[in-house]
Design a binder for this molecule. Structure first.
Ligand code: SF4
Ligand code: SF4
Length: 465
C-alpha cells in the first residue's frame, strides 16, 4: 500500500489495490437481530407509527413518524423489538429500530406493484436507502442542477474492494443500469470511471450502451471526488464547492447495480457487500444483510475481538472508530476494519514539531501545519479565511504521516462541520436574524474599535512614561 521514497523529503505514495476479476464473497448468516437507522432524531413515543411487536416484511418501506416522510427499508422479516435514539458522528441524532429476525424471508410486494416502467419517482419513494447509498435525493433538489453522472468503480479508501468487485461481477447489470439511469434522471452524460485493470472486462458497458469508460489512476486519493472530477472530467472543483456544485453526481457501482436489480426484479435488494480488513491486514469481501451487527461478521470470519481492539468504519485513511461491536451494517458501509490493540496508533497531545511532513504529503497544497493550529484553537473562521480549510479534500494523508500523532484530519472535519452548522443555523433563523446579527455586529464594531483605540492609547502612554 505504502511506497515510501528512499529520499526522505519526497512524498510517500499510496496505491489502491486493483482487481481484474470478481472476488468470491463470504455469505454472512442472517442475524438474530437487525438494526436500521432513520435519519430523524428520536421523538416522543406518541408520534411513532411503529410499535414493539409490529410485524415487518423484507423489503417493506417503513415510515416511523407521523409528521415525516423519512423512510427506511426493512432488510429482514420479523417483529419490531425496540425503538431508541442513536447518536452518530458529530452528535447527529437518529432513530434506531431493532427487529427480531425470523428465519425465513417473506418479501413485501408494495414496491413491485407500484410501477410499470422504471421511473424516478418510484426510485425516490423506495430506493434511497439501497445498499451502496444511491444519491437520488440530489436529483430531486431544486437547488442542484446535475448534468453529468460519474459511476465510480473504485472505492474511496485504501484496501477497499467493494465497488471494484461490484463492477467486475455485474457488467451486464451495469450496462443496462447506465441506460436506465439516463432515462429516469434525464441526465444524458454518464461516464464510468474504472481502474485500468478492469477496463477490458468492463468493455461491454461501453460497447453496448455507448457510455464512455474512463480509466482512473490507482494512486491514492484518485477516487476522492476532487480527483475524479479532475482526472475523469478535467474539471477543477473550487475551494468550498463540491461535485454537486459542478453539476456532477457520483454514483458507486454498487448503488447502480442495486438500483437496476430493484427495477428488473421488482424487489428491493437488502444485502450489502463490504470489504472486511482483518487485524493482519488481509481482506475478505462479505455479503451481509443490512442491519447485521458487525460482531456477527467477525464471528463468521473467526476473528476474535479483544478489549481495546479498534473497529473502524470507512477505511484506514478516512474512517471513523466506532465504540460498539453491536454497530449494524448500514447502506453506506463499504469497509469495516479491525485493528489489534497493539497496532492502534493513539493520538497524542504532543505539540507540532514543525517537521513539514503534512505539508509535503497534502495533495491540495495546504499549509497544513498552520491550518491545524487554528483548528485546534477552534478559530474556525480564520482557518477557513486564511489557511484554506475549504480546500481540504479530506484524504487523511496528513494524519497518517504526522510523527506527533496529531489527529489533523479529525480537527479539520470538526472545523468544517462547525462552520456548516453555524451557517445552517443562520439560514434557518431567516433573513431577519441575519440582518439583526449584522446590525448587532455593526453596532458592536465602533465600541470594540473605541476600546481597542483606548487600549492602544494606554499602551502608548505607558511606553512614553
Ligand atoms: S486531509 Fe490533510 S493532507 Fe488531505 S487534503 Fe486535507 S489537509 Fe491535505
Ligand atoms: S506532520 Fe505533524 S508534527 Fe509535522 S508539521 Fe505537520 S502537524 Fe506538525
Amino acid at each position: 500500500m505504502l511506497k515510501r521514497s528512499f529520499f526522505g523529503m519526497a512524498k510517500p505514495r499510496f496505491e489502491y489495490e486493483s482487481i481484474d476479476s470478481p472476488l468470491s464473497p463470504e455469505k454472512i448468516p442472517l442475524p438474530r437481530k437487525a438494526t436500521i437507522y432513520f435519519k430523524r432524531p428520536y421523538d416522543r413515543r406518541d408520534t411513532l407509527l411503529l410499535k414493539i411487536g409490529d410485524a415487518v416484511k423484507t423489503g417493506q418501506k417503513l415510515l416511523i413518524y407521523e409528521d415525516s416522510d423519512v423512510y427506511a427499508i426493512s432488510p429482514v422479516t420479523g417483529t419490531v423489538a425496540g425503538i431508541a435514539p442513536f447518536i452518530g458522528d458529530f452528535g447527529e441524532s437518529y432513530t434506531a429500530l431493532t427487529i427480531d429476525v425470523s428465519e425465513t424471508d417473506t418479501f413485501d410486494e408494495e414496491f413491485g406493484g407500484s410501477f410499470e416502467e422504471p421511473n424516478f419517482e418510484t426510485a425516490l419513494n423506495y430506493l434511497k436507502t439501497l445498499p451502496g447509498n444511491p444519491p437520488l435525493s440530489d436529483f430531486a433538489d431544486p437547488d442542484i442542477h446535475l448534468n453529468t453522472v460519474v459511476v465510480t468503480a473504485l472505492d474511496k479508501d485504501l484496501l477497499t474492494l467493494t465497488n471494484q468487485h461490484m463492477a467486475a461481477a455485474n457488467v451486464d447489470l451495469l450496462t443496462r443500469g447506465v441506460s436506465m439511469l439516463k432515462r429516469i434522471t434525464g441526465v444524458h452524460k454518464v461516464v464510468v470511471a474504472i481502474p485500468q485493470k478492469l477496463i477490458r472486462r468492463a468493455g461491454a458497458i461501453g460497447g453496448a450502451s455507448g457510455v464512455e469508460l474512463r480509466p482512473i489512476g490507482t494512486d491514492y486519493p484518485s477516487a476522492l471526488p476532487a480527483f475524479i472530477l479532475k482526472e475523469v472530467l478535467g474539471q477543477v472543483i473550487p475551494a468550498g464547492k463540491t461535485n454537486l456544485d459542478m453539476g456532477v453526481s457520483l454514483f458507486g457501482a454498487e448503488a447502480l447495480t442495486n438500483l437496476t436489480q430493484a427495477f428488473e426484479e421488482k424487489q428491493i435488494p437488502v444485502t450489502k457487500r463490504l470489504t472486511v480488513i482483518r487485524k493482519d491486514l488481509s481482506k475478505v469481501l462479505v455479503e451481509a444483510r443490512i442491519g447485521t451487527p458487525v460482531k456477527e461478521i467477525f464471528t463468521a470470519l473467526n476473528v476474535t475481538l479483544q478489549d481495546m481492539d479498534r473497529l473502524v468504519i470507512g477505511g484506514p485513511m478516512t474512517g471513523n472508530a466506532v465504540y460498539s461491536d453491536e454497530h449494524p451494517v448500514t447502506p453506506d458501509m463499504d469497509v469495516l476494519m479491525v485493528q489489534d490493540s497493539k497496532d492502534v496508533s493513539l493520538v497524542s497531545d504532543y505539540p507540532c514539531i514543525n517537521c513539514g511532513d503534512c505539508n509535503r504529503v497534502c495533495p491540495a497544497d495546504i499549509a497544513v501545519n498552520m491550518l491545524v493550529r487554528f483548528c485546534e484553537a477552534r478559530e474556525y473562521e480564520a482557518a477557513a479565511d486564511e489557511y484554506d480549510l475549504h480546500s481540504c479534500i479530506e484524504c487523511g494523508l496528513c494524519t497518517f504521516v504526522c510523527p506527533a500523532k496529531i489527529p489533523i484530519f479529525q480537527y479539520i472535519r470538526l472545523a468544517k462541520h462547525e462552520l456548516a452548522r453555524s451557517a445552517m443555523e443562520v439560514e434557518l433563523a431567516g433573513p431577519e436574524t441575519e440582518e439583526a446579527e449584522e446590525g448587532e455586529l455593526a453596532a458592536k464594531e465602533p465600541i470594540e474599535t473605541a476600546e481597542a483605540e483606548e487600549a492602544k492609547e494606554e499602551t502608548a502612554q505607558t511606553s512614553e512614561e
